[in-house]
Ligand binder design. Structure first.
Ligand code: IPD
Ligand code: CA
Ligand code: CA
Ligand code: CA
Length: 272
């Protein structure tokens, strides 16, 4: 390991500790009635748990890494600058946080949500932790350091036949209005792939591809806090991540396409 990798490894150990601690708090807070608020519309919700978890993570990071910047959904998501401005991280080390990814699942008491913490250096994702506190599954990945599920090495699946592919997608949250694009895409997939899921937590979807449970995932209009951590985990597990044009995915891209790599071109061609 070189000096940078050693430093990032130490940062990752802290990130895992913060995420596990806040996961315990979510499990406690879940026993109490939730206060739910609408943000932009009835599908864009936040609870006091999202806000508390985010504050706790931000305070721990500020205390231990005062020279790192932080971008997080409930603090920065309401900013007046555009969707795209938020997608261009500043220079230096920074943390990109989604305190509860899958808030709708969380509110509906469906055990498929996660704390997602990504670490970025000069705009490049270098580390990620995604933790589902209910199943106690902790996915982690460090650039050039591998990907792990609860400490065990992770690898994407090996399926090469699209008819055996289980894929996932989701609805873009930024424009809650009738939108047929994803429905048409799912329509084109049926009869070709095994099936398509809408599971409702993009960070976990990426980890499901990383662990070979899903063969692929695509989504439009995600934010950096939905994807940064999962990006590193998927890439380190041997997966492929591009935009709709098949170019390496950047946080500023609108469409994200993730796969086990073998099926990538076929998934891309079914999307257009
Ligand atoms: C949402 C989830 C969901 C995706 C939405 C996201 P949130 O994040 O990742 O899977 O389809 O577009 O906004 O709001 O639950 O943190
Ligand atoms: Ca949200
Ligand atoms: Ca999210
Ligand atoms: Ca969230």
């Amino acid at each position: 390991m070189n000096e940078q990798q050693k430093y990032e490894d130490a940062v990752m150990q802290d990130a895992i500790r913060y995420v596990k601690d806040t996961g315990k708090l979510i499990m406690e807070l879940m026993k109490m009635p939730l206060q739910i608020q609408e943000k932009k519309n009835q599908a864009d919700l936040v609870t006091e748990v999202d806000v508390r978890i985010e504050h706790l993570l931000r305070n721990q990071i500020h205390r231990d890494y005062p020279d790192h910047w932080i971008l997080s959904e409930e603090t920065d998501g309401g900013r007046e600058d555009s969707h795209h401005a938020l997608k261009q991280p500043p220079a230096g080390y920074g943390w990109i946080i989604d305190p509860v990814d899958g808030t709708i699942n969380f509110i509906h008491n469906i055990a498929h949500f996660a704390i997602s913490v990504g670490i970025v250096k000069d705009g490049i994702p270098v580390g990620g932790v995604v933790y589902n506190p209910v199943t106690d599954e902790l996915y982690s990945g460090r650039k050039q350091g591998g990907a792990f599920l609860n400490g065990r090495p992770l690898h994407v699946g090996r399926e090469q036949d699209i008819a055996q592919a289980l894929l996932a997608t989701g609805f873009r949250a930024i424009d809650w209005k009738p939108n047929s694009v994803v429905v048409e895409q799912i329509g084109r997939m049926t009869g070709k792939v095994r099936s398509v899921r809408i599971m409702g937590a993009a960070s976990l979807d990426l980890c499901l591809v990383a662990s070979g449970r899903l063969s692929g995932f695509w989504h439009d209009g995600l934010y950096p806090w939905d994807v940064t951590a999962g990006m590193v985990i998927l890439q380190e597990a041997g997966g492929e991540l591009t935009n709709a044009a098949g170019k390496p995915f950047a946080l500023s891209d609108d469409t994200l396409v993730a796969s086990n790599s073998f099926l990538h071109q076929e998934i891309l061609s079914l999307l257009v």
